[in-house]
Design a protein. Structure first.
Lengths: 110, 112
């Protein structure tokens, strides 16, 4: 079983739609959680950190459920520019490693 | 602040040649990482460092060596390049695990 798992998609949604991605992690000692976006042939860029109380940044909302070991990302009012691959990332403090999911592809359609 | 920079951006090697990829960060970060990403695949950790003078193996270290002689620089070496090392190489740095890591723009390497 992979340490961080995501549905690879693709998710094809119309502009203006709300879309949600989930990610599960297996190491209960994981310390920090993040969502990144990666555009084709570009480097991953931090979208937002994920805090235990949940956090929001504009149209993006991230939630963490430590008991069930999953992280979610909600995108409201999708824009064409949101089309990208979204990576779920977990930091393992025991090994000093950031563990990446393989990503969920989102395509927002006009 | 330049953030994380990588040199070179592109490189074509012949099988058996050697080269060094340079990663530099100006954010005084302790942790630095080298990843490779192949088409349709996720990021795979090659080597990493949690401080100047320290290095550790990641998921796919074979065929690569690293050095962190200065805090701001993390070098990735290919001693004898193989076609299987054709990939995009990303470097990243972070201040600590509580914070996110920041990536360089990548180096596209082709080994013929």
């Amino acid at each position: 079983r992979k340490e961080v798992e995501q549905d690879p998609g693709p998710f094809n949604v119309p502009e203006g739609a709300t879309v949600a991605f989930n990610c599960t992690y297996s190491n209960s000692a994981s310390q920090s959680f993040f969502w990144y976006r990666q555009d084709c042939r570009k480097e991953p860029k931090l979208l937002m950190s994920v805090y235990s109380s949940g956090n929001e940044d504009g149209r993006f909302t991230a939630q963490l459920n430590r008991a069930s070991q999953y992280i979610s990302l909600l995108i409201r009012d999708s824009k064409l520019s949101d089309s990208a691959t979204y990576l779920c990332v977990v930091f393992n403090s025991g090994t000093y490693k950031y563990i990446f999911g393989t990503g969920t592809r989102l395509k927002v359609l006009a | 602040n330049a953030g994380v920079t990588q040199t070179p951006k592109f490189r074509v090697l012949k099988t058996g040649q050697s080269m060094t990829l340079l990663c530099a960060q100006d954010m005084n970060h302790e942790y630095m990482y080298w990843y490779r990403q192949d088409p349709g695949m996720g990021l795979r950790l090659i080597h990493y460092s949690v401080g100047e003078g320290t290095t550790a193996k990641g998921e796919v270290p074979d065929g690569y060596n690293v050095s962190r002689l200065k805090k701001q620089n993390f070098l990735l070496g290919l001693e004898s390049a193989a076609p299987s090392q054709t990939s995009v190489y990303f470097c990243a740095s972070s201040p600590d695990g509580l914070n996110a890591e920041f990536f360089g723009p990548g180096t596209r390497l082709t080994v013929l």
